[in-house]
Design a binder for this molecule. Structure first.
Ligand SMILES: *Cc1c(COP(=O)(O)O)cnc(C)c1O
Length: 351
């Protein structure tokens, strides 16, 4: 259990004193009531399904997520993709040109971009050769202005999960917020950190509907954290940050969890098949890294040559060779069976 944690000490002064925009729909929550006439938001009254502003608090999406994840609605925040969620966290807690955050390359590129956009120093502490965090080095890099530590587990682009013991230690010893980005958690056998939210007041778990839930196009990301943290994010978010169509599509998908589980199971089984096939039968693949995601990282003889050869076969993958520790590495998303077959055939014919 972490002691002496007070979110007020991390929050930017201007955010603490902020009075949020109050939207028309905040005043009367039950906008579906047939008896009411809504003349409060300067909406166009001709009904077409999207002429009204969307629910600013996404009650129905959160209700479903709450049931699926076993987390209270008050501990859930939704944004226009994880990108917006992470951006809002940085804006709430990091003072531009003063505070810093810590990232562990090779990792998700958006952390660095968001740090740059917000004029927050990004202290990079490379992962070790097994792509695990080096806890002591991370803690050494931290000072009183270190507000956020980004942990991506399973990590993109490396595919591995971080050791539970290392994350535990960082949660206990790092004095800022620890964001565990679980974009790929559904493809992993590791347990989600959601189960330990109450134990660590500085833990924020980020997830998304973009990967396992197959909804990248509607842009809904989520984070789960203490009620205090979620309240701050609700205060600073754009009022209608998740649009009506996205909320509707999310609701209909979240009502079909069996469909999601089925697709995830297929992708995991395809990932395992693809891994075996690449290990056994393609000579220039030096290594296929273990993966807890819906993608594989492979090391080849010459990543850029192989990347371009695949392009000629009409197959687009991701060249990660310029990332630290990823020399000659390629990242390949797991497709449906036929797509993976086409990939395997192409990889074999360019040996
Ligand atoms: C894909 C991905 C996300 C998802 O981002 P969205 O903006 O929600 O689509 C988040 N984190 C990581 C590490 C990812 O790879």
């Amino acid at each position: 259990m972490k002691k002496k944690f007070n979110i007020n000490n991390l929050t930017r002064e201007n955010i603490k004193s902020l009075k949020p925009y109050s939207s028309a729909r905040d005043d009367y929550k039950d906008a579906t009531s047939k008896e009411m006439v809504f003349l409060d938001a300067n909406e166009n009254p001709f009904e077409n399904g999207v002429n009204r502003y969307p629910d600013p608090h996404q009650h129905n999406v959160k209700k479903l997520l709450s049931k699926i994840k076993g987390i209270n609605k008050e501990n859930i925040f939704l944004g226009n993709g994880s990108d917006e969620v992470l951006d809002l966290i940085i804006r709430a807690f990091c003072e531009p040109n003063q505070d810093n955050l810590i990232t562990l390359p090779p990792t998700y590129g958006m952390y660095a971009v968001l740090a740059d956009i917000n004029a927050i120093e990004n202290r990079k502490v490379f992962l070790d050769n097994d792509f695990q965090p080096i806890v002591n080095q991370i803690l050494d890099q931290a000072d009183t202005n270190s507000k956020i530590l980004f942990l991506c587990s399973p990590n993109n682009p490396t595919g591995n999960s971080m050791h539970t013991r290392s994350i535990e230690k960082l949660l206990l010893k790092f004095n800022g917020l620890v964001i565990v980005d679980e974009a790929y958690i559904d493809f992993s056998e590791e347990k989600s950190w959601l189960a330990r939210l109450e134990e660590f007041p500085n833990l924020i778990v980020a997830q998304t509907l973009s990967k396992a839930y197959a909804l990248a196009g509607i842009r809904i990301g989520a984070c789960y954290a203490s009620r205090e943290i979620i309240t701050i994010l609700n205060t600073i978010k754009p009022p209608y940050n998740v649009n009506e169509l996205s909320q509707q599509r999310a609701i209909s998908k979240l009502q079909k969890m069996d469909e999601i589980k089925n697709e995830v199971a297929q992708l995991i089984s395809e990932r395992k098949r693809l891994k075996k096939e690449l290990e056994c039968c393609v000579s220039y693949i030096e290594k296929v890294y273990p993966s807890d995601g819906n993608f594989l990282l492979i090391k080849v003889d010459d990543a850029t040559v192989r990347y371009n050869q695949l392009l000629e076969y009409g197959i687009v993958i991701r060249n990660r060779t310029t990332e630290p520790l990823c020399n000659n590495c390629l990242r390949i998303s797991v497709g449906v069976c036929e797509e993976n077959q086409r990939l395997i055939r192409a990889l074999k014919s360019i040996q």
